[in-house]
Design a protein around this ligand. Structure first.
Ligand SMILES: NC(=O)c1ccc[n+]([C@@H]2O[C@H](COP(=O)([O-])OP(=O)(O)OC[C@H]3O[C@@H](n4cnc5c(N)ncnc54)[C@H](O)[C@@H]3O)[C@@H](O)[C@H]2O)c1
Length: 363
């Protein structure tokens, strides 16, 4: 993908850079030759892809800070003087949001508002984003496919569909979308504004280096690599299994489009290919092709209630306006994910495996 070469030498500020998606994004940017700055809390898992890739040593600045600490965030952004901001810092787990709803809204919704408030404040000082008069700071805020009001109709959601979200995580991200649209209209609508803000909506992703708890791929990899049995409780559940590189490429294309044209300051869906929507059973079978001796114990309830209809995205806008579309089908997505864990466990450096997969994907 030749366009991404445009990141060479550009200054990029990533919030949530110590997380799973943030680490893949920073690696893509470093490979493209960008100057990458990060702002987040410490890595949320042990091990973490962030540490495996040794990103702290390779990024231009790496600030450990809370997204709600507006003064610290403002200082970090001023030091980076970014051409691009990708905002990924969040409490990203639905289950956790039931346990800690206030904190989830605070980090996700108020955190995004704090970022926009920093941008509003410093955008009055045109030099804040670099020396050029016509400097543009493309800002892409990452929300989720769950930000839509899911009426269970099974239809694919378009960007113009009503926002909502029942659980606190989904609602906190729907609220982010409303706040982003408000800041955009209220403070960044002037075509000469140095700040252009878009939002990006994608669903669950998989890929090497995810070490989160209670997720099927990391659980399977931990079990298979240690010779333990993987217990499966929901064999028939259907999910999209999109590779993390798919939406990240969309975010990067959106950032570039924003630099060129203020009309891209809108919401964009980056949904999975229909081919990657499969059952947990299909996923486990496909993972096992890379681990033929792996053992799986099926504990699926025979009379489990039917699940709600899967939420799907209509990504035709991203295709028509950005030329983005999913690249890898189901088996390649799962194979590359399993290979990542197996090769790294076999002693190859996480960086070389990650870089090889990024290069293969971008071809
Ligand atoms: N992983 C997915 O499948 C998925 C799907 C849809 C949307 N998303 C969104 O993508 C983004 C990244 O998700 P992820 O899976 O990489 O999550 P992750 O948990 O791996 O990373 C979260 C990042 O946010 C940072 N963070 C958390 N609280 C913070 C705070 N108070 N202040 C500063 N930083 C804080 C963490 O330090 C970490 O860097 C999130 O916004 C998430 O909602 C993820």
């Amino acid at each position: 993908m030749k366009q991404l070469a445009r990141y060479r030498g550009r200054r990029v500020f990533v919030t949530g850079h110590t997380g799973f998606k943030g680490s893949w994004l920073c690696e893509m940017l470093l490979l493209a030759g960008a100057e990458v700055h990060g702002y987040a809390l410490n890595p949320p898992t042990k091990p973490s892809l962030f540490r495996q890739l040794k990103l702290a040593q390779r990024m231009s600045t790496h600030t450990i800070g809370d997204i709600r600490d507006r003064a610290k965030l403002a200082t970090a952004i001023k030091i980076a003087s970014p051409d691009f901001i990708f905002h990924l810092a969040a409490q990203p787990l639905v289950r956790e949001s039931y346990r800690h709803p206030v904190e989830t809204f605070d980090i996700n919704t108020m955190g995004t508002i704090h970022l926009m408030e920093v941008l509003r404040t410093i955008s009055h000082d045109r030099k804040a984003f670099g020396p050029e008069d016509h400097h543009v700071c493309s800002t892409v805020c990452i929300t989720t496919d769950k930000c839509y009001e899911n009426d269970d109709s099974g239809k694919a959601f378009k960007e113009s569909d009503p926002l909502g979200g029942s659980d606190p995580y989904s609602a906190s991200k729907g609220a982010c979308e409303i706040a982003i649209a408000s800041y955009r209209r209220s403070f960044f609508a002037n075509p000469n504004s140095p700040v252009r803000i878009a939002s990006a909506r994608a669903g669950n992703v998989i890929g090497g280096g995810d070490w989160a708890k209670d997720r099927i791929v990391p659980d399977a990899m931990r079990a298979f690599l240690s010779g333990n049995e993987l217990v499966v409780r929901n064999r028939h559940s259907t999910r999209p299994w999109q590779h993390v590189l798919e939406p990240l490429t969309g975010y990067l294309l959106l950032g570039l489009a924003l630099q060129d044209d203020a009309s891209y300051a809108e919401a964009f869906n980056f949904g999975p290919d229909a081919n990657t929507v499969r059952t947990v059973n299909d996923l486990v079978k496909q993972l096992k092709t890379s681990f033929p001796n792996a053992r799986v114990l099926d504990k699926t309830e025979p009379n489990a209630p039917q699940e709600a209809k899967l939420l799907t995205l209509d990504s035709s806008k991203a295709y028509l306006r950005l030329g983005w579309m999913p690249q890898w089908g189901f088996s390649k997505t799962v194979r590359r994910t399993a290979e990542w864990y197996k090769t790294v466990a076999g002693g190859q450096s996480a960086r070389s495996v990650t870089d090889a997969q990024i290069n293969e994907f971008l071809k």
